[in-house]
Write a protein of this length. Structure first.
Ligand SMILES: [Zn+2]
Length: 120
């Protein structure tokens, strides 16, 4: 998830703003205390990160950069590599297994554990 995407979450959930008898988050949710508001914003950020890291389609797998690592629906880690730079398609390697698999063989949904372009 990029800094801009996280900033977009914070932009929606600014505050808390006091309205006479109660306070509201920027999303209009009523919050009783500053701690409740901070927890609400933290939960919204975590949900956005989880959503951004969830892969449900082969097309999303294909869009990840080389050297990305995902955890598949069965709990195994897979790394994206290109065994032959001249070949257009990438191959996913199951950790501990030397045989590469094509994206359609990675059990979905998967969770992105490492994206070399976003996680630095
Ligand atoms: Zn909010």
């Amino acid at each position: 998830m990029t800094i801009d995407e996280l900033a977009a979450v914070l932009r929606v959930h600014q505050g808390p703003f006091f309205h006479g008898t109660h306070s509201r988050c920027g999303c209009r949710r009523i919050v009783l205390t500053a701690d409740e508001w901070a927890r609400h914003v933290a939960e919204e950020q975590r949900a956005a990160v989880v959503k951004a890291r969830t892969i449900t389609t082969v097309e999303q797998l294909d869009a990840l950069p080389m050297r990305s690592i995902v955890r598949c629906a069965r709990g195994f880690a897979w790394a994206k590599h290109s065994p032959n730079p001249r070949l257009p398609s990438a191959v996913w390697y199951d950790a501990g297994c030397e045989d590469g698999q094509y994206p359609g063989e990675v059990p979905l949904p998967a969770t992105v554990l490492y994206n070399p372009e976003a996680d630095q």
